[in-house]
Ligand binder design. Structure first.
Ligand SMILES: *[C@@H]1O[C@H](CO)[C@@H](O)[C@H](O)[C@H]1NC(C)=O
Ligand SMILES: *[C@@H]1O[C@H](CO)[C@@H](O)[C@H](O)[C@H]1NC(C)=O
Ligand SMILES: *[C@@H]1O[C@H](CO)[C@@H](O)[C@H](O)[C@H]1NC(C)=O
Ligand SMILES: *[C@@H]1O[C@H](CO)[C@@H](O)[C@H](O)[C@H]1NC(C)=O
Ligand SMILES: *[C@@H]1O[C@H](CO)[C@@H](O)[C@H](O)[C@H]1NC(C)=O
Ligand SMILES: *[C@@H]1O[C@H](CO)[C@@H](O)[C@H](O)[C@H]1NC(C)=O
Ligand SMILES: [Zn+2]
Length: 769
């Protein structure tokens, strides 16, 4: 964490004006005196300006009082060429320093031993030491006390009457070719935040366990009450599957990865499984959190405030399950699914969402069940719940301005490995920092402050980042211009960014500067190979608190699995160094490209005098998002209707203001290049002041979309444009509470939300005018 500035521009400006103004009003009838006072005031201000101006010429440290005065705004005289490196030199350095070999070496370190949240302090200390070595002298460990669970014991068995017909091992195979798959202290298969319990009950197959899947079951009169639900992973966040099952009376949940989700590379299609081939290792088990992520991330006992020793805590069960759940491999779910053959309706008789399943060739007919009363599952799950420290590592490169650009990646993994999730990002973050360290050694000092974060506890529910944002909210609201997240930097070859539209321009710019690891066409950049699609922000990584709680424009960026890539063993023991070396990124070049993209994005944001944002893109996004949700209103009953017109009108006004505002910013940027004779120094001072104003507006656009009472039914989420889908979790939804009201057929509430959104859009428009 960075020290908070003692004084901000907005605080100092009124103070100085007050000095002059009251005197002017004291003798309203005496013209002479008024003139005298006015002249005196003018002289005083001039004297001040003259006093300040020379000081503006001097190089100064970020923290000095003068640097906070608007007219002495410290875009240094020496800038842009006097900060040790000019921008071109900095860019060359950031493109030249990252090294696949080093990233491989650091990946090897992080993925050598377990590093579950709160369990591996030495990795935090090691990370801190590396960053200090690279030259980030201000590096700290920032710890929070969070509520979470560790696995103790589990069992999954199939019974006929009292007879055990199948006993699951709940273990992943130890592979000779995969050195961490056989560690004696490897992490058992379990779910974060799952409840302890021991249930024996008949069971039901619930497809992907989406809200709609459960609705289909309700409509087909298949009861979940008292049953164990078996669901495939995929389509939505796993915790929401458990949540809905629990609401419908299920007593336990079993989740597994069906090869249906693996595309072309399946054993059924003749591909060999890992470690020989690109198909899924049949014993792989996906761990993961069952928190109700779309309702609130972070420590579920402290929603909205930081988890420190002695913090108030509440019952967590609004945000985590009360029924037990466990993950299994597709091999071990086979006997359970086969036991349903011939019982109840078939998935294939249901709608399109129920079609398909990758285990048909193994004899699974995908009957829904329920199983006969005497065919039951015994699901036993024992979790130890503790309140325990987790450790974020926070490093700071102080800039000349108090504004901050933050780069973050989580360090904790479900397993010893985590070569993709998250340590492909951790290795790359280290190399980004090393690159900036090289720039520091060359005498560079950034214009804006850069903060690096290695989060702990992300996997359970974005704990480290959420608690840190909750802890530092006033400072972040004032100073944080953007948050750049990389979770999995490389698990395939497909670039799939999600971002606030303010950052679209940045992503297009920097991906166009980095060579693609795919040189099928020589010289092609990452931008050339990418389809150019930027998604909206949902959840599932550490940007969530920044974007949705604090209103800080954020992106999440990395190379994920494309259609032509080997199966990625997400959250399983085989997301390992050996898998990465053989299949994921054998040359480590997607790692290297990621570090260059990240470093350049940070540099652009930190160094460009007029922030590298585009408000027009936000305006275009706002309109596109309304287009996207319109069909929801078409599904309303025929006696109801909803008018999007007023919302479009507000957005049109925002767009006009944004176009003008971006043009104004571009104009100021071009004025920076003008060579002025020395006696026109005041023009430069004025320009600095105008740029400062534009930047503080750019910085605050995203904040305008926050609505402090929060979204319906989940008031931790404050952003009226972006949120994770209530029942999807990972995927983003736009205008969340509005769209949810329309889906529920509650037009009155939809109209209330339309007003709230219009009010927020209008506030953003006023800000830009
Ligand atoms: C933490 O991770 C490091 C490196 O991966 C390893 O050397 C160390 O043994 C681990 N510590 C624990 C407690 O597992
Ligand atoms: C779970 O419950 C069953 C009875 O339903 C019992 O036989 C078994 O011992 C229990 N398991 C544990 C580990 O307590
Ligand atoms: C479900 O049950 C209701 C009432 O018992 C019945 O009217 C309906 O036809 C049933 N639906 C199906 C798909 O069986
Ligand atoms: C590599 O680049 C070529 C040419 O641009 C493209 O057709 C191909 O899909 C790319 N392959 C991958 C894996 O990105
Ligand atoms: C629409 O019709 C339904 C019955 O079909 C009724 O319950 C509802 O109150 C009506 N809504 C309005 C806004 O008229
Ligand atoms: C902002 O984005 C719009 C639309 O993408 C584009 O036309 C405009 O040139 C951009 N302006 C700046 C200053 O980047
Ligand atoms: Zn992750």
């Amino acid at each position: 964490m960075r020290e908070k500035p003692t004084m901000s521009p907005s605080e100092t400006t009124p103070l100085l004006l007050v000095h002059v103004a009251p005197q002017r009003h004291r003798y309203p009838h005496n013209k002479l005196r008024r003139a005298f006072t006015f002249t005196l005031g003018l002289l005083l201000v001039t004297a001040l300006v003259l006093f300040l101006f020379p000081s503006a010429l001097l190089p100064r440290e970020g923290g000095s009082l003068w640097s906070y005065l608007p007219w002495a705004h410290p875009y240094p005289e020496s800038w842009p060429n006097g900060h040790g490196l000019d921008y071109e030199e900095l860019q060359t350095l950031l493109l030249g320093t990252p090294s696949a070999a080093r990233e491989r070496e650091w990946s090897k370190y992080y993925t050598a031993a377990p590093h579950l949240a709160g369990k591996n302090l030495s990795q935090a200390l090691w990370t801190k030491e590396r960053w200090e070595e690279f030259g980030i002298t201000d590096t700290k460990i920032v710890s929070y006390d969070v509520y979470l669970n560790y696995p103790v014991d589990h069992r999954l068995a199939l019974l006929e009457g009292n007879k055990v017909t199948f006993e699951a091992s709940l273990e992943e195979d130890v592979l000779e070719e995969d050195s961490t798959s056989g560690l004696p202290d490897r992490v058992p298969t379990f779910h974060g935040y799952s409840a302890s319990g021991n249930v024996t009950a008949p069971f039901v197959y619930v497809n992907f366990g989406t809200y709609a899947d459960f609705e289909d079951l309700v409509n087909a009169n298949v009861s979940l009450a008292g049953k164990v639900a078996i669901a495939k992973y995929g389509r939505i966040f796993r915790g929401l599957k458990v949540k809905r099952a629990q609401e419908l009376g299920a007593v336990g949940v079993i989740l597994y990865d069906d090869p249906q989700q693996d595309g072309e590379f399946t054993e059924e299609n003749g591909y060999k499984p890992y470690p020989e081939g690109p198909a899924r290792q049949p014993s792989a088990v996906q761990r993961g959190s069952t928190q109700f992520l779309s309702f609130a991330p972070g420590d579920p006992t402290t929603p909205g405030w930081p988890s420190k020793p002695g913090s108030d805590r509440q019952d967590p069960h609004d945000f985590i399950p009360s029924i037990p759940s466990i993950p299994v491999s597709y091999t071990e779910v086979l006997p359970l699914l086969k036991a349903l053959n011939g019982h109840g309706p078939k998935a294939s008789d249901f709608n399109e969402w129920w079609q398909g399943g990758g285990l048909g060739y193994k004899g699974v007919q995908y009957n829904i069940g329920p199983s006969p009363d005497d065919v039951t599952i015994n699901l036993y799950n024992e979790q130890e719940y503790v309140t325990t420290p987790i450790w974020n590592v926070i490093g700071v490169i102080p800039g000349s301005l108090p504004d901050v650009v933050i780069l973050g990646n989580h360090r904790d993994a479900w397993i010893a490995g985590g070569a993709g999730d998250p340590n492909s990002g951790s290795a790359v973050l280290n190399d980004v920092i090393r690159s900036f360290g090289e720039a520091l050694k060359a005498g560079w000092k950034p214009l804006r402050t850069i903060v690096f974060a290695s989060w702990d506890g992300e996997e359970y529910g974005l704990l480290g980042s959420t608690e840190w944002v909750e802890d530092n909210l006033p400072w972040l609201s004032k100073s944080n211009v953007a948050y750049l997240n990389v979770d999995v930097s490389a698990s395939g070859t497909l670039l799939r960014p999600t971002a606030s539209p303010l950052l679209n321009k940045l992503i297009y710019e920097v991906t166009g500067l980095v060579q693609s690891p795919n040189q099928t066409v020589k010289g092609q950049t990452v931008r050339d190979v990418w389809d150019g699609h930027i998604g909206t922000m949902g959840s599932g990584s550490d940007f969530t608190a920044f974007q949705d709680f604090a209103g800080i424009p954020s992106y999440d960026l990395g190379f994920t699995r494309g259609r032509q890539d080997p199966v990625y063993h997400y959250h399983s023991n085989y997301d390992s160094f050996d898998w990465m070396q053989r299949f994921g990124d054998p040359q480590w070049l997607y790692h290297e490209a990621s570090s260059k993209i990240w470093a350049l994005a940070a540099a652009k944001l930190a160094e460009t005098p007029v922030l590298f944002f585009n408000a027009t893109d936000y305006g275009l996004g706002l309109e596109e998002y309304v287009d996207r949700i319109r069909p929801t209103a078409e599904n309303l009953p025929s006696n109801m209707s909803f008018d999007f017109g007023p919302l479009y009108d507000a957005i049109t006004k925002f767009q006009r203001a944004a176009i003008e505002f971006d043009a104004h910013g571009a104009d100021l940027t071009s004025q920076l290049d003008e060579d002025l004779p020395w006696y026109l120094w005041w023009k430069k001072v004025r320009l600095f002041y105008l740029i400062h104003e534009v930047n503080s507006k750019y910085k605050n656009i995203e904040r305008q979309f926050l609505y402090q009472p929060g979204l319906d039914g989940r008031n931790w989420f404050k952003h009226v444009v972006f949120a994770p889908g209530l029942w999807t979790g990972y995927a983003g939804t736009t205008y969340p509470s509005l769209v949810e009201s329309l889906e529920a057929g509650d037009v009155a509430n939809a109209e209330k939300w339309r007003s709230i959104i219009i009010e927020r859009v209008d506030a953003a428009t006023r800000l830009l005018r």
